[in-house]
Design a protein around this ligand. Structure first.
Ligand code: S3P
Length: 175
């Protein structure tokens, strides 16, 4: 029995948008690990990264990840890099039904073209950075998730319905 839905995937894959949609459509609580982190550090992730670096951020991310184990009936959007640490992957596996929101490179590039909030994209060549991140992380997202859903050309409403259906089928059949 899975107690939560956990959304993983690249920055710009729509984890927060789709998470909120599931929360509204099915009346369950929405949480976002980036928000949990910002509540703890009391500043935007971008400035924390600039001051303390990625390793410090990842440590806090793992701490927040552990709190997910206390959740029930939540849909949880996670930061794109959450799958990097083996410890986090272990925690997520216990936290709920994990869905990888797969988004092709071109769409991610398009959605994040003007983004200034993601520290990892503060580089002159965003395209190369995103391509490298996606290539490295895609196998991790796939290995960590129970289901992969392609977000291309689909509305948040339709994706929410699709994810909810998978979640309830898994829980009722136990398969
Ligand atoms: C990160 C993704 C961000 C945030 C941080 C690092 C990453 O979250 O956790 O900037 O490593 O991909 P989103 O995926 O919600 O943008």
């Amino acid at each position: 029995m899975y107690h939560n839905i956990v959304l993983i995937g690249m920055m710009g894959s729509g984890k927060s948008t789709i998470g909120r949609q599931i929360s509204q459509q099915y009346d369950i609580q929405f949480s976002d690990t980036d928000t949990l982190i910002e509540q703890e550090i009391n500043e935007p992730i971008r400035t924390f990264f600039d001051k303390h670096g990625e390793a410090a951020f990842r440590k806090i991310e793992t701490g927040c990840c552990k709190t997910l184990l206390t959740y029930k009936n939540h849909v949880i959007a996670t930061g794109g890099g959450i799958v990097l640490a083996a410890k986090n992957r272990e925690i997520l596996a216990k936290a709920g039904f994990i869905v990888y929101l797969y988004t092709p490179l071109e769409q991610i590039l398009h959605r994040l073209e003007k983004d200034t909030t993601r520290p990892l994209l503060a580089t002159p060549d965003k395209t190369t950075r995103i391509r490298e991140l996606l290539e490295f992380r895609d196998p991790l997202y796939r290995a960590t998730s129970h289901a992969t859903i392609d977000t291309t050309d689909t509305t948040p409403e339709a994706l929410a319905t699709q994810i909810w259906r998978l979640y309830t089928i898994k829980n009722s059949t136990g398969i």
